[in-house]
Design a protein around this ligand. Structure first.
Ligand SMILES: [Zn+2]
Length: 70
């Protein structure tokens, strides 16, 4: 994370893809930045949807489009 652009890591933080050092720096930034707190909450919904979709794509599961037709 660049110190001059701390806001841009909200999505990466929500996805859990930041390294340990960047996670620590971003969490310090979150304490002071309500805009990023809102972004992390919003990305949290996307992360939950992606995780649910990934579970549906596990081997042996019918494709999501087939299940929706039932
Ligand atoms: Zn911020």
């Amino acid at each position: 994370m660049l110190a001059t652009e701390p806001h841009r890591d909200a999505g990466a933080y929500a996805l859990g893809v930041l390294g340990a050092a960047d996670t620590s720096r971003f969490e310090l930034h979150l304490v002071e930045c309500s805009a990023c707190v809102v972004q992390v909450r919003e990305f949290g919904g996307v992360v939950r949807h992606l995780a649910a979709y990934a579970r549906e794509l596990r081997p042996g599961s019918p494709p999501p489009s087939v299940r929706r037709r039932r």
